[in-house]
Design a protein around this ligand. Structure first.
Ligand SMILES: [Zn+2]
Length: 368
């Protein structure tokens, strides 16, 4: 399942492609027919991400109350983007698709798709590439973009005169109003990416990128700390609870706990305020790195022989087995050697998903 950094990258990509544009909307599969019909011909005015929830904001022609497409990809959701010229990352991220926030000519580094797989078909998730995004070739007829025939499983198709975006297999795709959107935010815990944006917004608001209405970052970390410390539930379970912290999935959970050297079965109430502040900051750093690189890279430079972080997004697709193995400390590495102590990495089920840890490096803390 895509974790918070992926949803943020999708929000940024959709923002670049659609914000300010009037869109055609349809539901070839039929399960979002009424919603799609309601927003067909509306203008996209922004996107937003909170944890694993994605929002596309639209306004009716001539203005009026905005509505939001609320999407949760779940385990199987994916987007595919078709552009006129074959849908290279360059075409997606660069001025061929002009719009607010479009990077300067030739700038591929800032593309949300930099480092993502190109072409039909999904890349094996063990490679940790962006297998929830696929780029496909559209076509042109008399110089006009002609989107490909949608597959019958497409829940929502959004089109402009230069791009078609198809959403398939989401756990959720609903049309909601502002009050309902606020209710979704209310149910979700703090998201370290939104907290960082709230800080950045105060300092430098250029109006680009996803809309963010964050509380003060201090309030966010305090909510996280309080939610963890009030319970005997394990920290491994709490990090997967989207009402405690939003955006963390199975990879970030295992890796953040390793980096903090805390055993996943430690009770929430046993983790000190100081450690939780450090963990919040660390998860925020990991998520921001994921947004930037498009892959999850959690090992410190000194703990791996692979390339430097800035080259990793490219290296990820053709990484050697050794480089891939050094991307993470413990996630999906049960039975292998710990990169830090040389011991054996363990695995066990927690919050319905397998959690991984090193019993030597990670201590089970006791409540005082
Ligand atoms: Zn170890």
């Amino acid at each position: 399942m895509p974790e918070g950094h992926s949803i943020r990258r999708l929000a940024t990509l959709l923002d670049r492609l659609f914000t300010g544009r009037t869109v055609g909307a349809s539901s070839p599969q039929g399960r979002f027919s009424a919603g799609a019909a309601a927003i067909d011909g509306w203008t996209v005015t922004g996107t937003d991400a909170h944890g694993k929830h994605l929002f596309i904001e639209l306004e009716p022609p001539g203005g009026g109350e905005p509505r939001f497409v609320h999407i949760h990809l779940g385990l199987y959701g994916a987007w595919s983007f078709a552009t006129a010229d074959g849908g290279t990352p360059h075409a997606i991220g660069a001025p061929r698709v002009p719009g607010p926030g479009t990077p300067a000519s030739g700038d591929r580094e800032g593309s949300p798709l930099a480092g993502s797989p190109v072409g039909r078909g999904r890349v094996s998730s063990s490679q940790n590439a962006e297998d929830y995004i696929t780029l496909v070739a559209g076509g042109t007829e008399d110089g006009q973009f002609v989107p490909p025939e949608p597959r019958p499983t497409v829940r929502l198709r959004l089109t402009t005169d230069s791009v078609a975006a198809d959403l398939t297999g989401p756990a959720r795709c609903d049309l909601i109003d502002l009050g309902q959107k606020d209710a979704v935010h209310g149910r979700l815990g703090p998201d370290p990416l939104r907290a960082a944006d709230a800080r950045a917004d105060g300092a430098d608001d250029d109006g680009a990128g996803p809309d963010v209405e964050g509380e003060s970052p201090g309030a966010d970390v305090e909510r996280f700390v309080a939610a963890v410390r009030r319970t005997r539930r394990s920290i491994g379970e709490l990090l997967m609870d989207q009402s405690v912290i939003a955006g963390v999935g199975n990879i970030y959970r295992a890796e953040a706990l390793f980096r903090a050297r805390i055993h996943p079965r430690t009770e929430g109430r046993a983790v000190s305020v100081k450690r939780l502040h450090a963990m919040w900051d660390d998860i925020g750093e990991l998520l921001r790195s994921g947004v930037e690189l498009g892959v999850i890279l959690t090992t410190l430079t000194e703990d791996r022989p692979g390339p430097a972080p800035e080259t990793w997004a490219r290296a990820a697709e053709r990484a050697t087995e050794e480089e891939a193995d050094y991307r993470w400390y413990v996630y999906h590495r049960a039975g292998r050697r710990c990169h830090v102590c040389g011991g054996t990495v363990s695995g066990g089920v927690m919050a319905a998903r397998t959690v991984f840890w090193c019993a030597t490096c990670q201590k089970k803390l006791r409540a005082r």
